[in-house]
Write a protein that binds this ligand. Sequence first.
Ligand code: ATR
Length: 279
Amino acid sequence: MKKAFVVGHPIKHSRSPLIHGHWLKTHGLEGSYERIDVAPADFPAFLKTFAAQGFAGGNVTIPHKEAAFLGVDRRTERAERLKAVNTLWVENGVLWGDNTDVVGFMAHLDQSLGTGWEQDVDTALVIGAGGAARAVVAGLQERPIRRILIANRTASKAAELVRDLEGPGARLEALPWDDLSSAVEAAGLVVNTTSLGMTGQPPLVLNLANARADAIVADIVYVPLTTPLLAAAKERNLRTVDGLGMLLHQAVPGFARWFGVTPQVTPSLRALIVANIEG
Ligand code: ATR
């Protein structure tokens, strides 16, 4: 029987066990996926011992993504680029780390909007400059988008993101936070990667009155599923992409590695997680 985990601190709110549990059941696989709470001081030891405890690998969440990056033997190109690891597995005794948030976000956009959606996007606006913003920017850089604007409350973090991720492909530009509403007018794609709009947090206040009629508005917040930003975009009849899909799609590569079957993000999986969020 194969075993995998999600490790974090705290970990009790993670929805990953529901996702992987659903896939284990639908594929009729004998396996387990469990939550493990590990404090930061114990994380390096956990990395060295999980294989001996019979685990094939697992997911890494807050606050261990950077420590996982530092602690693995080898990293995929995407993990290297983001300096963060959210998926672990052992291959021939070598501990590997990947960052699947990048493919998670992009696969979700492709599934929601249809492939080729980026053809009409000249400029993307990414709001926020944390770990999630890095995954979103890295994903968008793999597509033929000309310009990516990054606006963050703390300007130095947006500048740092631009420095770290600059490369071939789209030009990255850090924007002052106060220019957010005017930047919306130029953007074919707007993505919120901050925690604004999450239940218990203030909403992200963005004036969409002058947004392009063909603009796409995406949020990575998924509690609630329809954030105030997405509600405002729907009111203007803009295309919207909610945050739940990124969570579901980022789980696919890990499951495939640990259990040997590539699972699908289906309406029934989505419904299961929506019921959990809304329940
Ligand atoms: P994650 O890994 O989810 O991206 P993070 O690295 O802590 O989490 O980043 C959180 C992001 O949300 C940051 O861009 C943060 O802005 P700052 O860099 O200025 O802290 C943003 N954020 C959180 N609360 C915010 C608020 N009240 N107003 C504006 N931005 C906020």
